[in-house]
Design a protein around this ligand. Structure first.
Ligand SMILES: Cc1ncc(COP(=O)(O)O)c(C=O)c1O
Length: 377
């Protein structure tokens, strides 16, 4: 089946000089500190970078490298690097300030971020409240509750769950640990983004060990926090050799693309929920926005058509490749590449051809086990 796309934006603003805004995201030493602390956690282990030679052949590109986050810290998604790290940061700051008042943390989530925060809170015996929206599956809610969190289900979409979380935090004096940022709320999301860069540091080390330089990197975006963090980190490392960055979104929550087209943050009202639950976010993170604005070479939005097919494709071993547990969001890189290849005007626009070396991110494993089983069998 040929994959189609809903919308595509080639970024005329991508410009290395302007792109130095990425420099200002992380204060000196912040990513290095995150790396030191996270890599010293007892459960830390580098995740695999897997070559998808079979898929590369089918797509007519030179190489594909797939970073498999399904085994990340036993939490099944890259988000493990952010939320739990931010909980640790909050505790360390309180200790520094001599603050020993009772602490309760809270966040809104469509699953994976909340899992990370609740896991981090559970390790430290801190009460935790998690706000989920109507579309979050019962399977995901159960996992949050199993981590000891009080789960509040809110009518409406992800952005409604954020509003409810902020209101309850104000009323009860809870500490919000959000992965998205807004005016006046930046410190914790910056730490979360610094946590995510551990993944980019691993990728760079793994690619360099193979003596490989990617030509294109595909990043999925919800609020864009992860994409923004990784682009900033890649920029610090590669500078003007930065590969082309392709940001992909669900067409049901296309806040990055809509903002790019308007050249300012635009709130998207999510009406339908994508299967790629982690991408269902209607507003770009304020911290990520300037980096995406200048750092994303291409933004593409797609429907859910390819999600199940690509999850099943990953689950089957092919040649020397092991079977990969790829959750709904992990299909995003494969769908995006196939969409570019299936539509010659896109392939040409992004210069994707037989010489291309693609780095993609499998951001989660079976984080909703029941749904995964239903789809993959
Ligand atoms: C599995 C997965 N992939 C990708 C994303 C998108 O990350 P961000 O919201 O930082 O853009 C999320 C966010 O929750 C996620 O859970």
């Amino acid at each position: 089946m040929k994959y189609s796309y809903t919308n595509y934006y080639k970024n005329p603003k991508q410009d290395n000089a302007m792109f130095q805004v990425a420099e200002s995201l992380f204060p000196e030493g912040m990513c290095e500190t995150a790396f030191e602390k996270i890599t010293s956690w007892p459960d830390y282990k580098q995740t695999d970078l897997i070559e998808l030679d079979d898929f590369a052949k089918e797509m007519g590109v030179a190489k594909i490298y797939y970073k498999d986050e399904s085994t990340r810290l036993n939490l099944g998604a890259f988000k493990a690097l952010g939320g739990a790290y931010a909980v640790q940061h909050v505790l360390e700051q309180r200790e520094l300030n001599g603050d020993d008042s009772p602490l309760t943390v809270c966040t809104a989530t469509d699953g994976n971020h909340g899992r990370s925060v609740s896991w981090g809170a559970q390790q430290k015996n801190i009460p935790c409240h998690i706000f989920i929206h109507a579309g979050v599956s019962e399977g995901r809610a159960k996992i949050l509750a199993a981590n000891g969190a009080t789960v509040h289900r809110i009518d409406g979409n992800y952005d409604d769950s954020i509003a409810a979380c902020i209101k309850m935090a104000e009323e009860n004096g809870w500490q919000i640990v959000s992965d998205t940022s807004w005016e006046g709320y930046n410190e914790i999301p910056t730490q979360i983004m610094a946590g995510y860069t551990v993944l980019a540091a691993e990728e760079i080390e793994q690619l360099e060990a193979l003596n490989v330089m990617p030509t294109h990197i595909i990043l999925p975006a919800g609020c864009g926090g992860m994409a923004g963090a990784l682009i900033a980190y890649y920029w610090k490392h590669w500078r003007e050799d930065l590969p082309q960055i392709i940001v992909m979104e669900s067409d049901m929550s296309d806040c990055v693309l809509e903002s790019m087209q308007r050249d300012k943050i635009h709130l998207v009202d999510i009406v339908d929920e994508t299967l790629m639950a982690g991408l269902s976010c209607g507003e770009v993170s304020e911290l990520a926005w300037p980096i995406l604005r200048y750092g994303a070479s291409h933004v593409i939005t797609v429907g859910d058509e390819g999600v199940k097919e690509m999850m099943r494709y990953l689950a089957k071993s092919e040649g020397n490749r092991p079977n990969i547990e790829g959750g709904e969001c992990s299909a995003s890189g494969l769908i995006t590449l196939k969409t570019f290849v299936d539509n010659p005007e896109l392939a040409e626009s992004a210069n994707i051809n037989e010489n291309s070396v693609i780095l993609m991110l499998g951001t989660e494993g079976a984080t909703d086990p029941e749904l995964y089983k239903e789809i993959v069998g």
